[in-house]
Design a protein around this ligand. Structure first.
Ligand code: ADP
Ligand code: MG
Length: 281
């Protein structure tokens, strides 16, 4: 066999099996939770106006897992800060369940890359913090916190303090803390970016298990191609300068997904497409 004929021939990333086609038909029939319409953001800098985002539009449906990927500086963090209500748009709008977003709200849960736990509170108290702030009775908040900690596998560490935990465990507490507010959508900005490769893989599988068990819609920012494909129903690919949508890809890899899928035709075809869009190769 010559080298040319031995070369791997990938399917098109647009090719979908009947079951994948069916799951997208079902997904798109669900109501939209998050709608982003012609969103734009400018920053005034000493060197003039920087357009961080321009004409960004996409929809996230109920129980959908959307990844947003793009090169450094393409506006991923700006996008998530706009969605969280931490920045105001220069143009366009963001709506949650049909209502325009203006300012932060408990219905949007946030998990960042850097650990944002309160170091003076134990794990359980960190998880109880949001519900207590919203006036939930202490014993109710405590019981619920116990349930969320069980879901993320940290029951035994409820009385530990953040500095007694590994990086992966801290991020699991951050997820439990965000879920304790029962958000309509979880916004995650490179949440596993600071973890070592093995822990990162474990956390990805763990997040999928949680997503399978809870009625949860996720928008997940990453610059890791494998992570985006493994996790997402759809991937929003951003291009830079100005940050804009290059393509929205329907991931053709069926669920449930396993690590073995990383070498499958649909997975590799999607990865090749992402590489072309992001790195131009
Ligand atoms: P990413 O998260 O994809 O790396 P960012 O959203 O952080 O990208 O940044 C997108 C662009 O907007 C970059 O060019 C960045 O320099 C610029 N930018 C972001 N925040 C500000 C700010 N507060 N002031 C000025 N420029 C900013
Ligand atoms: Mg960023």
């Amino acid at each position: 066999m010559s080298a040319a004929t031995a070369e791997l021939v990938l399917p098109s990333y647009l090719e979908q099996s009947i079951e994948v086609k069916h799951s997208f038909r079902e997904l798109k029939a669900r109501p939209p939770v998050l709608e982003i319409a012609r969103l734009g953001k400018d920053f005034a800098t000493p060197r003039g106006v920087v357009t961080a985002l321009s004409e960004v539009s996409f929809t996230v449906h109920k129980k959908e897992f959307v990844s947003v990927i793009g090169p450094s500086g393409c506006g991923k963090s700006t996008l998530i800060r706009l969605l969280a209500g931490l920045e105001t748009p220069s143009r366009g709008c963001v709506s949650l369940d049909g209502k325009s977003v203006s300012g932060p709200g408990a219905e949007r849960g946030m998990v960042f890359q850097s650990y944002t736990l309160f170091p003076w509170l134990c794990v359980r108290e960190n998880v109880m913090f949001g519900p207590r702030l919203r006036g939930v009775a202490r014993d109710v908040a405590r019981t619920k916190a116990g349930e969320w900690l069980e879901l993320v596998g940290l029951t035994k560490f409820a009385d530990h303090y953040p500095d007694q935990l590994s990086g992966g465990m801290k991020q699991r507490v951050a997820i439990a803390r965000a879920l304790a507010n029962e958000p309509r959508i979880l916004l995650m900005d490179e949440p596993f970016g600071a973890l070592d490769a093995q822990t990162r893989c474990d956390m990805q599988s763990h997040l999928i298990r949680i997503w399978d068990n809870v009625d949860l819609t996720v928008l997940f920012i990453t610059h890791d191609l494998d992570e985006a494909i493994y996790l997402a129903d759809r991937i929003v690919v951003l291009a830079a300068h100005p940050g804009r949508v290059a393509e929205v890809i329907e991931v053709p890899v069926p669920r449930p997904r396993e690590r073995a899928h990383f070498l499958s035709g649909p997975f590799l075809a999607t990865k090749e497409r992402l590489e072309t869009l992001i790195y131009g190769r």
